[in-house]
Ligand binder design. Sequence first.
Ligand code: 5GP
Length: 189
Amino acid sequence: MESLKNKIRKEGKVLSETVLKVDCFLNHQIDSKFMLDMGKEFARLYKDKEITKIVTIETSGIAPAVAAGIYLDVPVVFAKKSTSSTLNNDTYSREVKSFTKNKVYNILIAKEFLNPNDKVLVIDDFLAYGNALVGLNEIIEESGATVVGAGIVIEKGFQPGGKELRQSGLRVESLAIIESMNENGIIFG
Ligand code: 5GP
């Protein structure tokens, strides 16, 4: 998505060769109209797939997921993050290693919000090592629902998540893929 690449070039801050900060439109302040443009693009990519639900992870996945949910006309479920691992019969949960915070947390989804008839589109803000996406996919599969594909706002192509997930057979659509970045700029794939 050319407009997203331009926005990342203009507003993104390269914190290091592996971490991009986009707090001005995605991770802290949200550019509402632009979020809708991205949601429209996700919906265009998956329009023929009979998606019944979007699943994401709090916090930064929620805005793009809701934007896509508006255009696909389906509900959005977001996995909650928890630091304690209390086992609960009413929820599905997985441990996920956080790329940015370098710690392990649990993600939880109440069983009542996923059912075996669901065809799910998974949306997230970033794809790095793929841990968040793998955790979400495992929860969805445990519920009996089908993961139709993933929609990612920014994939860092130099980290292995995207490649590994595609090799496993998952459809992964990223609106922008960064091949490399440093203080001199960002190169997109
Ligand atoms: P993964 O699970 O694929 O390793 O990492 C994805 C998660 O880590 C995303 O949900 C996102 O919140 C966070 N993340 C990974 N890389 C970046 C980054 O470069 N910038 C920001 N802001 N978040 C990132």
